[in-house]
Design a protein. Structure first.
Length: 309
């Protein structure tokens, strides 16, 4: 069942139910929100088929931000969508037209070989097909308004999409990470993402509150899927952002800081998961959150080196 014509697409990145993109269908036309990597393109096109649409029926590809698990496949996907325009935050749009800096930055972190394997080469999008969506820009999907809401904190080039018809937000990474394997009788478990390099806790708190101001019935997260009980999850995120900042500040001057950050974050998430009713071990938790612990620790480390960190 696709509530309000919203289809959740598992992009296949990393593991099942880790990385989602979305297809919104209205009056026989579609808008994709995020798109995964080059390797995700067949899954995106297959979901069109499931929805009874052809590639030429897609009018929009809207990106929450240009991190590669959200936008790496944009060029390849746009090449298959003859009538679509790409919508991205003004700070991110240029990187879709010329992805060389994105590639260089990510390659410096992961290495060329990993980049080729995990993401594939980034394909540019023609400039005349790219729209810069300043805060408040409305994407019109056949009379269904999709509002672009600037939501910095995870990245400066981040926007969320408010779908007034469905009363939901597509939150990218602003509203944290929630993997279904950590669900309990208490509902979904959630944690913030402080991925390098633009974590800003003050901005992230404000962005979460801004999304709440729309009074959404649910959030659609890239990692992963639809979550409800929005107010409770927002409270959890606010608490953890503060806890993660306190951890980072307490470890600012210790030797082997990165390893200390990883250990402290793993302890924080395990304690909170157990309070949430999850019964797994630390090893099982790290099986699900190991990459996030690593990236969150990196992001906090970068933030500590900046003014205010």
């Amino acid at each position: 069942m696709h509530l309000h014509g919203i289809h959740t697409i598992d992009t296949g990145f990393v593991r099942p139910h880790f990385d989602a993109a979305y297809l919104v269908v209205e009056n026989g036309r579609g808008a994709f929100i995020d798109c995964g990597t080059n390797h995700s393109v067949p899954r995106m096109l297959a979901e069109l088929d499931n929805a009874g649409l052809q590639p030429e029926h897609v009018e929009w590809l809207i990106l929450t931000h240009v991190h590669l698990d959200h936008a790496g496949g944009a060029g390849e996907l746009m090449a298959k969508l003859p009538n679509a325009r790409l919508v991205a935050h003004p700070r991110g749009a240029r990187h879709m037209i010329d992805p060389s800096m994105l590639w260089a930055g990510a390659s410096a972190v992961y290495g060329e070989e990993t980049m080729e394997r995990e993401y594939g080469r980034l394909r540019p999008v023609a400039a005349d097909r790219v729209i810069e969506s300043a805060d408040g820009y409305v994407v019109d999907l056949r009379g269904r308004p999709l509002l672009c809401v600037e939501t910095p904190g995870h990245a400066k080039h981040h926007q969320a999409i408010y779908d007034e018809r469905a009363r939901v937000c597509f939150t990218g990474d602003t509203f944290g990470l929630s993997y279904r394997e950590l669900d309990t009788a208490a509902g979904p478990f959630i944690l913030p993402t402080t991925t390098p390099v633009q974590f800003d806790p003050v901005a992230l708190h404000a962005s979460i509150n801004r999304l709440l101001s729309f009074k959404p019935e649910a959030m659609y997260l890239t990692h992963y899927g639809r979550v409800e009980t929005v107010s409770r999850l927002a409270e959890d995120l606010h608490e953890q952002i503060d806890a993660m900042v306190a951890i980072a500040q307490s470890l600012k001057d210790v030797p082997e800081r990165h390893e200390a950050l990883k250990d402290a974050l793993a302890r924080l998430y395990l304690e909170r998961a157990h309070l949430h009713g999850w019964q797994g071990t630390r090893a099982e938790l790290l099986g699900l959150l190991g990459m996030d612990v690593e990236l969150n620790a990196q992001g906090l480390g970068v933030w500590l080196g900046q003014p205010g960190g």
